[in-house]
Design a protein around this ligand. Structure first.
Ligand SMILES: [Zn+2]
Length: 101
């Protein structure tokens, strides 16, 4: 049972939706890859750099304390956030998983 108020729940939804909108916009850059101009390629590279920085920032916040608890979300480490990032970045169906293979 959630103890979050409806107003806070709405704020969380809006925040999550804003993140998804930005990720969707990044996904859209890829759709017209064959027709990219030099400026679009440069922008896509900058967006990729921003996305890597974003994910790196999330991972940096979710570290274990000496008791093995995530200092950010207080779950046992690896917390759900780290588990999701790990699952997505090691999914063999994704190109990111092949970068260090
Ligand atoms: Zn965490």
């Amino acid at each position: 049972m959630s103890t979050v108020s409806p107003a806070l729940d709405r704020a969380f939804w809006l925040l999550r939706n804003e993140i998804y909108e930005r990720l969707d916009a990044a996904d859209c850059l890829i759709e017209d890859f064959a027709e990219w101009t030099g400026a679009q390629q440069e922008r896509a590279g900058q967006v990729l750099d921003d996305l890597v920085t974003t994910i790196r920032s999330v991972v940096a916040e979710h570290v274990a304390d000496t008791a093995g608890q995530c200092v950010f979300c207080a779950d046992a480490w690896p917390c759900r956030t780290i588990a999701v990032v790990y699952r997505v970045t090691t999914d063999p169906e994704r190109q990111i998983a092949t970068l260090t293979a």
